[in-house]
Write a protein that binds this ligand. Structure first.
Ligand code: ZN
Ligand code: ZN
Length: 370
């Protein structure tokens, strides 16, 4: 299924292009060169790895190479035309731009263009005037339509199926990498196209590393086992964390776990349209601090998910922009104590004018694995 394709609801790509064209007009640009793969996919449905996209007030032209000739025809809607380049996409770009009348000022995505390619704009593309842009497409991607939300819900369901299948297999003596392997096998069986990031399985003291990779550490009785992972479908990601205890939890483990769970539930339940990312973050942070663990929650509360696993909006201490209706964000408070261990509980939450809806159904209660 292509992003914005007609698998769910109507084709949303013309509306996305119209919104981008409005933004171009406001920015006094005649065109924009889109080089970010997720942005190309969002606007056209094309999921290949090699593309340049030019959007003007009238035209939308995608350049790709021979490997994608069949795929691109299947994925693109009627609002985008295709040029298959046999030599180099950039050579094709100059030829294409020369056919577009009235195009002088062209934006490029300053967050996504390699310096090498920027040099091409200044050299071979010197007859046009190039202007840096940021977030022209990303700011629109923050608000999901019904089809996108359905894809994310599907990715959440796949992740939860995989986790439910993996949890009964967790036991002392397994390595973190073997647990990650079982989880990823189950993700594939559930239909996940790929992994949005290398699955994190962090046990014992390693659970205190917020971005640990799975290692060859052997799981031991009494360990926290923190699993942070996701699934991908139609390009859309889920991102979920659960933390388990192998065997009986100590009083200290239970205390820390319960604080993180309460912070998670409070933060999810408090999300409102118009709230700043800072205010959302503070709900969890202030609670954890009041319980005496403020220093142990060192990362931000959450981030948007969609075609990328980290996208707008951010829920963090420095974010003053308000949350829009239609965003899907993670809520992932944690407490990390070096040498002892850590707990994170991460859910995916859809925010609308009706309030927050937690998409993740996997239980949050402390699960002691026998
Ligand atoms: Zn995560
Ligand atoms: Zn996350």
């Amino acid at each position: 299924m292509s992003a914005g394709g007609d698998s769910i609801g109507s084709d949303t790509r013309p509306a996305r292009l119209a919104a981008l064209r409005d933004a171009l007009a406001r920015a006094d640009l005649d065109a924009v060169l889109v080089t970010s793969r997720p942005n190309v996919r969002y606007l056209t449905g094309f999921s290949g790895s090699n593309a340049l996209l030019v959007v003007t007030a009238k035209d939308c032209v995608l350049l790709t190479d021979f490997r994608y000739a069949t795929q691109v025809e299947a994925e693109l809607g009627s609002s985008t035309s295709v040029r298959i380049e046999s030599t180099n996409l950039w050579t094709g770009l100059w030829a294409q731009l020369a056919t577009l009348s009235g195009v002088e000022r062209i934006g490029f995505e300053s967050m996504h263009l390699l310096h090498r390619d920027f040099a091409r704009l200044l050299e071979q593309g010197a007859r046009w005037s190039w202007r840096p842009t940021t977030d022209l497409v990303e700011s629109r991607r923050a608000v999901k339509d019904a089809g996108e939300l359905a894809h994310i819900e599907c990715a959440v369901a796949m992740a939860e199926i995989a986790l439910r299948q993996t949890v009964p297999m967790l036991r002392a003596g397994l390595t973190e990498t073997s647990v990650a392997g079982m989880l990823e096998r189950h993700l594939r069986d559930a239909g996940s196209e790929e992994y949005p990031f290398p699955s994190i399985v962090a046990s014992g003291p390693r659970s205190a590393l917020p971005h640990a990779r799975a290692s060859n550490r052997v799981l031991e009785s009494g360990d926290f086992v923190l699993i942070d992972f996701g699934a991908v479908t139609a390009g859309y990601c889920s991102d979920i964390t659960r933390t388990f205890v192998l065997g009986r939890a100590s009083d200290e483990q239970r205390e820390v776990y319960d604080i993180v769970r309460e912070a998670n539930v409070r933060a999810s339940g408090s999300l409102r349209v118009g709230m700043t990312g800072m205010a959302a973050d503070a709900v969890a942070r202030d609670y954890i601090a009041a319980r005496g663990f403020g220093e142990a929650f060192g990362h931000s509360l959450g981030h948007g998910i969609g075609l990328e696993v980290h996208e707008a909006p951010r829920l963090a201490r420095i974010v003053e922009s308000p949350l829009a209706a239609g965003t899907v964000v993670t809520i992932e408070p944690g407490i990390y104590r070096a040498g002892w261990g850590g707990v994170r509980i991460e859910d995916d939450v859809f925010l609308s004018d009706a309030g927050p809806r937690v998409l993740t159904g996997f239980p949050r209660e402390l699960h002691e694995l026998s």
